[in-house]
Design a protein around this ligand. Structure first.
Ligand code: HEC
Ligand code: HEC
Length: 465
């Protein structure tokens, strides 16, 4: 450090002594950034692939620092990290930079603003949720006209404000976006619009002003460039360690098929008028591995393929008792009768063909933010209904923080299910550390009664998406 300062001092002295006649050769221009390639990357189950359909440049606004803290969209939506950041990669970035990578900016890359970040050890403690679970702090202010008040926030890291409420969320991938109906875990960017591209433009603006701490509103051209580029990005699992290529032998997984998948907003809705049985989608949600269902081979690869095909069937058809779910059991069926108990499938909520999001943007409380299912590292937020006085405790109130409606407490969007193996931990708060934990969660919560083999099949299927 000292010696480079000396060099600068000497250079300046020489320059002023000799005068303007001396000119230095201009430094060579930096090499152009490498294009985004249709790369293939390892993950816990095998390999996953990217498909960039429109703009393959990396000198675009998505990859540029547009604010004041050095962050780009790709700081958190990293192309080689399934367009999110996994805890393992956050740890690697922490180690490589002693915790100074812009990812860890104290604004929202630490558990609370204002935590001590002087030493490497301080920074490690301050960003513990990001390093352990890949969580980013999101501060949201419920509308003043809310049907509830936030009576207390018990936050283990200190940010206990009841007006700007801190919640902690996984970075959603900025890929496979043409299949979205709701933007953000709590759908807050799509609450006021049914147009996903309008929601994405608004989302990009808020990300630049928020995560990147920009002081000026980005131009319309910048926002349009970001949205056009991100809408052309697809990612999916491409091969499985045991089953091999996921698009071989008649199987139709993999990113090429996904990039050509059609999507109809409102299609295949299991609660709408065209659904024969409420909770059961008119068409199978996933039809990728049917060709593997009749395989009778005994090789390890053939057995792994058959397991994935069985898992797909479980997802599509296994009935379970769905009760006590806000967003489902408080609705009415096509005859106007209440849906107090629904015998439905995974597709009761995840109904988008070969993608798994919800085509109507329905949001549900599946119980993920109940304090009792947590390990004590998330805040406990107490809400009080202003009319009835009822109280509820939650680690994240979800949609209600945006709408102010009591009936929206703990509602989250139904996320798409592609490329899962590359981007755990799962759920908005990263509370499921593996796909096995996800399957166990559903098995317990909805009494699925899966055998050990059926669990393994469902996990193998989810890991092949
Ligand atoms: C500090 C990390 C960070 C940065 C930087 C960041 N994001 Fe995000 N992004 C997140 C998190 C966390 C979420 C989920 C937040 C939530 O749901 O409340 C998210 C959600 C999204 C989503 C929603 C996807 C979906 O399925 O609903 C999109 C799209 C997105 N980001 C695009 C961008 C763009 C474009 C930029 C750059 C302008 C950007 N992000 C910068 C962390 C980041
Ligand atoms: C009642 C609606 C509903 C049903 C039924 C349902 N899900 Fe979900 N699923 C959701 C919602 C909502 C989330 C997001 C929850 C959260 O993070 O708070 C989710 C999240 C997930 C995730 C995590 C995705 C991620 O990116 O973290 C997986 C995997 C998943 N579900 C698989 C399944 C499987 C398998 C079944 C059937 C056994 C199933 N779901 C049944 C609504 C449902």
């Amino acid at each position: 450090m000292a010696s480079s300062r000396w060099l600068v001092a000497i250079g300046t002295a020489v320059l002023s002594a000799v005068g303007p006649a001396l000119t230095f050769a201009a430094p060579p221009p930096p090499p152009p950034p490498p294009p985004l390639t249709n790369g293939t990357f390892p993950d816990s189950a095998g390999l996953w692939s990217n498909m960039v359909r429109s703009n393959t440049q990396t000198n675009t606004p998505f990859f540029q620092s547009l604010g004041s803290n050095g962050r780009t969209c790709a700081t958190c939506h990293a192309p080689a990290d399934a367009w999110t950041v996994t805890p393992l990669h956050a740890q690697q970035r922490f180690t490589a930079t002693n915790g100074t990578d812009p990812l860890f900016a104290s604004l929202d890359g630490t558990n609370c603003p204002g935590l001590k970040t002087t030493t490497v050890a301080d920074r490690q403690v301050a960003s513990s949720l990001l390093l352990k679970k890949g969580l980013i702090r999101v501060a949201l202010t419920p509308p003043t006209q809310s049907q509830f008040s936030v009576t207390s926030v018990a936050n283990p890291y200190g940010c206990t404000s009841t007006s700007s409420v801190s919640v902690y969320r996984r970075i959603l991938p900025s890929a496979n976006l043409p299949f979205l109906t709701t933007v953000m875990w709590d759908g807050r960017e799509s609450v006021t619009t049914t147009s996903v591209s309008t929601a994405l433009l608004q989302q990009a603006k808020n990300a630049i002003l928020g995560h990147a701490a920009a002081t000026a509103t980005p131009t319309a051209a910048t926002l349009q460039s970001i949205v056009a580029q991100e809408l052309g990005i697809f990612s999916a699992q491409s091969s499985d360690n045991r089953a091999g290529s996921l698009s071989a032998g008649g199987a139709k997984s993999g990113v090429t098929a996904l990039s050509q998948q059609s999507f109809t907003p409102g299609g295949n809705d299991p609660l709408g008028p065209s659904a024969p049985t409420p909770g059961v989608t008119p068409n199978p949600v996933f039809s990728l591995f049917g060709a593997w269902a009749s395989l009778a081979g005994t090789s390890p690869a053939a057995q792994a393929q058959a397991s994935i095909a069985r898992g797909e069937k479980i997802f599509n058809a296994r009935p379970m008792a769905l009760r006590g779910i806000a967003g489902l059991n408080d609705q009415k069926d096509r005859r106007g009768l209440p849906l107090t108990t629904v015998t439905g499938t995974c597709g009761a909520c995840h109904n988008a063909p070969n993608v798994g999001g919800n085509t109507l943007g329905r949001m549900f409380d599946t119980g993920v933010s109940r304090p009792e299912s947590q390990t004590g590292d998330l805040p406990v937020i107490t809400l009080r209904n202003k009319t009835t006085g009822a109280q509820v405790q939650t680690t994240d109130p979800g949609l209600a923080l945006t709408t102010g409606l009591w009936s929206d407490v703990n509602k989250f969007k139904t996320p798409g299910l592609r490329n899962l193996a590359a981007r755990g931990p799962y759920f908005h708060n990263g509370s499921a550390g593996s796909l096995e934990a996800v399957v166990n969660f559903y098995n317990n919560r909805f009494g699925l009664n899966l055998s050990t083999q059926e669990r393994a099949d469902l996990i193998a299927f989810l890991a092949s998406l």
